[in-house]
Design a protein around this ligand. Structure first.
Ligand code: HEC
Length: 146
């Protein structure tokens, strides 16, 4: 009886370990697509919010236009359809943590290799970055023109 119990608890423990391993592995997989930075949780996106778009546009025109256009390459990549090729969390982390992104994130690293200029942190907080993302979403959904 005792040894049966032992086997039972060993098997249970092994299964629990396996489950935990699978869960943590999946979590890591997700995070990789998010890039590297303060945004670690999946964003729940709702229909585009007009107030946020307006705020995002203002910020973009002050902090980003020196290096980015939407349709053509400037100092950095053209940003049209960026919300279609990258995850929203990744975009926010690129804005909030560009230096570490170009050093460690495979996609950002490749962009850096191509553009040969380091995108600078533009002193935006998480809410600002979220508003800029909203502006990009509105542009990509053809709700506004940049
Ligand atoms: C000094 C120029 C510069 C400024 C200012 C700048 N960027 Fe960038 N950006 C770049 C470069 C260059 C890259 C490519 C990665 C690299 O080399 O750092 C890039 C990459 C990006 C990408 C990824 C594009 C893609 O195709 O995946 C996004 C998104 C982005 N920038 C958004 C912004 C936003 C938003 C701002 C303003 C808050 C901003 N950038 C300010 C130069 C800049």
């Amino acid at each position: 009886m005792n040894s049966r119990k032992k086997i039972f608890s060993t098997v249970t423990l092994m299964m629990l370990t396996l489950i935990l391993f699978v869960i943590s592995f999946e979590a890591c997989g997700d995070r990789e697509e998010f890039g590297i930075g303060p945004v670690k949780d999946e964003l729940k996106l709702e229909p585009v919010n007009d107030n946020m778009v307006a705020r995002g546009r203002e910020l973009f025109n002050v902090k980003c236009v020196a290096c980015h256009k939407f349709d053509v390459k400037l100092v950095g990549p053209p940003l049209k359809d960026v919300t279609k090729r990258r995850r929203p969390e990744w975009i926010m982390n690129q804005i909030l943590n560009p230096q570490e992104m170009t050093q460690k994130d495979p996609v950002s690293k490749e962009l850096f290799a191509q553009y040969l200029i380091q995108m600078t942190f533009q002193d935006v907080n998480q809410l600002d970055a979220r508003a800029i993302l909203e502006f990009f979403r509105a542009v990509d959904e053809n709700k506004v023109t940049p």
